[in-house]
Write a new protein. Structure first.
Ligand code: FAQ
Length: 321
C-alpha cells in the first residue's frame, strides 16, 4: 500500500466516523457535510420519487377542477392542487442540494426511469374521489411524512415540516367534503362508499412493499432516512383510519379488518401485491395517461424555461456591467 492510499483511507475513516456520530446524536446531515455515496444516492432516489409524486399527484384531482360543484369547493380544490405543485418544488430543491439537477430529474420522470407513487395511477371517477383522496391519500401521506420531519438529511426534513402542515389542511378538507356528502342523499352516501371501496387498498399500497420484501428499508433506517418501516406505518394508518370511517359512516372493503385487543392494533388483510407490482412497472390503469400528460406539459412549457433563462442571463450580465 502506498503512503498516499493509506492516508486517504485514514481520512475516509475519520469522515465516516464523523458522519456516524452525527447520526448517533440524531442530528442533521447538511449539504456541505461529507456523506457516503450510497446515502446521497438513496436520498436522491427517495426525494426525487417524492417530488415526482407531488407533481403527478396534481392530475387525478385536477381532473375535477372544472366540474367542482360550487365556488367554495372549487376554491378549496384549486388551493390544494397548487399546494401539491409547491411541495414538488420544495422537494426538487432539496434534491438539488444533493447535486441532482431538476432538469435531469424531470427527464428521468418523463422517460419512466424514475418512479412516482403508485396511488396516482388510479382514476378519479366521481367528485367523492376528491374527498377520498384528501382523507385517505393525504392521510397516508401524513402518516408517512410526519416521521420524515425527523429524517437525518436537513433540507429534506425541513421541507417536510411545511409540507405536513399543508397536508393536514388537505386531509381535513377531504374529510369535511365526505362528511357533507354523507349528510346528503342516499345516492351521495353511495358515491362516498363506492369511492372508499376503490381507494382503500391502493392507499395501503402507498407505504411500499411488506418489510420482508423491501430492499431499501434496513439501510434507510440505519442511515436515519426512514424512521419507521413500511409495515409499521401501514399499521398506524389503519389504526388511525378505522375510527374516522366509523364516524363518517362508511366501511372498508376488508373482511379481515378487526380490533385485536391482545396486540392493541387492528388486524387487516393484505393488499394485492401483484397489482402493486404491475402498477409500479407502469401497467396500472392510468400510468400511460399520467406520463403523457406530464410530458406534454413539459414540452409546452419549454418557452417559459427559455424565457426565464434568457432573463436570468440578461440580469446577470447587467449586474456584471
Ligand atoms: N409507489 O424498498 P422499498 C403524496 C418502490 S406524496 C411506487 O420499501 P423505500 C402527497 C421503491 O421506490 C406520496 N413505488 O423503498 C399527495 C423501491 O423502488 P427502487 C409519495 C414504490 O424507498 C397527496 C421499491 O418499490 N410519498 O401522496 C412505492 O425504502 C395527494 C422497493 O420499496 C413519498 O414518496 C409506491 N407506493 O420505501 C400529492 C414519501 N412503494 O427505487 C397529491 C417518501 C415503494 O428501489 C395528492 N418516500 N416503491 O427501484 C418514502 O417514504 C419511501 O420511499 C417509501 C418506499 C415508503 C414510499
Amino acid at each position: 500500500m502506498t503512503q498516499t492510499t493509506a492516508r486517504d483511507e485514514h481520512v475516509e475513516h475519520e469522515l465516516e466516523a464523523g458522519f456516524d456520530a452525527v447520526l448517533a446524536r440524531h442530528d442533521r446531515i447538511e449539504p456541505r457535510d461529507w456523506m457516503p455515496e450510497g446515502y446521497r444516492k438513496t436520498l436522491v432516489r427517495q426525494v426525487a420519487q417524492h417530488a415526482h409524486s407531488e407533481i403527478i399527484g396534481m392530475q387525478p384531482e385536477g381532473n375535477w377542477l372544472t366540474r367542482a360543484p360550487s365556488l367554495r369547493r372549487k376554491a378549496i380544490l384549486l388551493a390544494k392542487v397548487q399546494d401539491e405543485a409547491g411541495h414538488g418544488l420544495y422537494l426538487y430543491s432539496a434534491a438539488e442540494t444533493l447535486g441532482a439537477s431538476r432538469a435531469d430529474l424531470t427527464e428521468k420522470l418523463i422517460s419512466g426511469a424514475q418512479k412516482y407513487s403508485s396511488i396516482f395511477n388510479y382514476p378519479t371517477l366521481s367528485y367523492a374521489d376528491v374527498g377520498t383522496i384528501g382523507w385517505l391519500v393525504d392521510g397516508a401521506a401524513i402518516c408517512n411524512q410526519v416521521p420524515l420531519c425527523r429524517t437525518s438529511y436537513g433540507p429534506y426534513g425541513r421541507a417536510m415540516i411545511r409540507i405536513c402542515k399543508e397536508e393536514s389542511f388537505h386531509q381535513r378538507q377531504g374529510y369535511e367534503l365526505l362528511m357533507t356528502m354523507m349528510r346528503g342523499t342516499p345516492e351521495q352516501r353511495e358515491m362516498v362508499q363506492e369511492s372508499v371501496n376503490r381507494f382503500w387498498w391502493p392507499a395501503l399500497m402507498m407505504f411500499g412493499p411488506p418489510d420482508d420484501e423491501s430492499p431499501n428499508t434496513a439501510q434507510s433506517m440505519a442511515w436515519g432516512i426512514k424512521r419507521d418501516t413500511n409495515d409499521e406505518l401501514r399499521q398506524k394508518f389503519v389504526d388511525m383510519s378505522v375510527p374516522q370511517a366509523q364516524r363518517l359512516g362508511v366501511t372498508f372493503p376488508d373482511p379481515e379488518l378487526r380490533w385485536n385487543a391482545e396486540r392493541g392494533h387492528h388486524d387487516f388483510g393484505q393488499p394485492d401485491w401483484e397489482e402493486f407490482a404491475a402498477v409500479v412497472r407502469g401497467e396500472g390503469p392510468c400510468n400511460a395517461q399520467r406520463l403523457a400528460h406530464r410530458r406534454r406539459a413539459h414540452e409546452e412549457g419549454a418557452w417559459v424555461r427559455e424565457a426565464a433563462s434568457a432573463f436570468a442571463r440578461r440580469q446577470a450580465s447587467e449586474v456584471r456591467a
